[in-house]
Structures are given as C-alpha cells and as structure tokens.
Design a binder for this molecule. Structure first.
Ligand code: ADP
Ligand code: MG
Ligand code: MG
Length: 189
C-alpha cells in the first residue's frame, strides 16, 4: 500500500532528529527571546521518540509515523502543524508524488491549519520558499529556507506568540523558521 522500504529516508530522518537534538539549546534560546522558550524541548521530545522507535518502511510510512510522533510528543503550536504537514506529505508520496510535490503538499497542510502566509513571521517563511526551490534540488531548498528564515528577523509577527511582542522581535529570527533550516540541512547529510 505504502510502497517499498526506503533505507535512505530512514537514515535522513535519523540525521534530522540528531540535528534537532543538537540544536535544542539554540532553539530554546531563540524561542525564549520571542516566544515562551519551549520549542527546543518540544522538538527534542519528538526527535527522541523517533530514535526510540525508528520505522523501517516506505517513505510514506515513515512520514505517517513522524506525523503521529509530532502530534503525540511535540505539542504546543508546532506539534499539530508538523503533524498536519507530515501527514499530507506522506499521503502525497503514497499517491505517487515525487519529493517536491510531497513537500509542497505538506506545506499547504501547515498553511491550511495554521492560517499563516509568507510574511507573517513563522516557519511558513522558510517552508514555502524551500518547497518551491526543492524542484531544483535539496541544496536549493536549503538555501531558500536559510534566506527565508534570516528574513524573519526583519519581520513583525502576525501569528503565534511573537505577535504579542510587536517590534521587540526585530533582530531575532523566528525560531520555527530556524528549526526548518536545521532539519532540512541535516536531510542532505
Ligand atoms: P508555542 O510555544 O507558542 O505554542 P512553539 O514553540 O511550538 O509555539 O512554536 C513556535 C513557532 O511556531 C514559531 O516560531 C512559528 O514559526 C510557528 N508558528 C506559530 N504560529 C504559527 C502559525 N499560525 N502557522 C505556522 N507556524 C506558526
Ligand atoms: Mg514556544
Ligand atoms: Mg509553548
């Protein structure tokens, strides 16, 4: 139903979860500056849950598992958004989509659930350009995510906790957008 086992995807998710664990303190610090300081711990909880029970399966099955982990372990604002995005991306893969289309479908899921658009200073500012650029490959996607995440430091938030802080967030990047760069870079290996 969900296709052949994909050891490459499993290894890539292993690297992404390692990177999120390594970035726990940095993400905590960034979220403490412009939010409530729980993003590092939340993503680390999800990463540890994957490492405790990694899945050997197709890419679609792996994304479905990650979606369940995100829903169960991450919580807050990010958990449901990642859960929705990963579920959509997995569904797209199961229907035969390639990675760029699956990535775009996942990002559409995040946007539909969270209601944030590009420019609202959220993870969407890294995800949307990365998904578009992924048609030119992972290197291009990473570069686009970096540019998008860096740009959030100049933006005023219209979604999430940072929106309570107005212009006080200026000079600090959005932590959710930085997290996207971290796991995306790790996928490349
Ligand atoms: P909180 O602790 O405020 O519940 P998290 O720490 O889990 O949230 O995640 C914070 C990140 O979530 C932000 O840095 C931002 O990137 C992202 N975010 C917040 N609101 C939205 C939204 N409506 N759509 C997409 N991403 C969002
Ligand atoms: Mg938070
Ligand atoms: Mg929180």
């Amino acid at each position: 139903e969900l296709g052949e086992p994909d050891a490459g995807v499993r290894a890539a998710v292993d690297r992404a979860t390692e990177a999120l664990l390594a970035a726990e303190a940095e993400l905590t610090r960034l979220d403490a500056e412009v939010g409530d300081g729980d993003l590092g711990q939340a993503l680390a909880r999800g990463a540890r849950a994957w490492q405790a029970e990694p899945v050997d399966g197709s890419a679609a099955a792996i994304l479905r598992t990650l979606s369940a982990i995100a829903r169960r372990e991450i919580g807050g604002t990010s958990g449901p958004l990642y859960a929705a995005g990963l579920l959509r991306a997995g569904e797209a893969l199961a229907e035969g989509a390639g990675w760029p289309d699956a990535f775009s479908a996942g990002v559409d899921g995040v946007i539909e659930l969270g209601g944030a658009q590009v420019g609202d200073r959220t993870m969407v500012d890294a995800l949307v350009p990365a998904a578009e650029a992924s048609r030119r490959g992972l290197d291009a996607a990473i570069e686009a995510a970096r540019t998008g995440a860096a740009g959030t430091a100049e933006q005023t938030a219209r979604r999430g906790r940072s929106s309570y802080l107005g212009e006080r967030v200026h000079g600090h990047p959005d932590p959710g957008a930085v997290a996207v760069v971290i796991w995306l870079e790790a996928l490349r290996g």
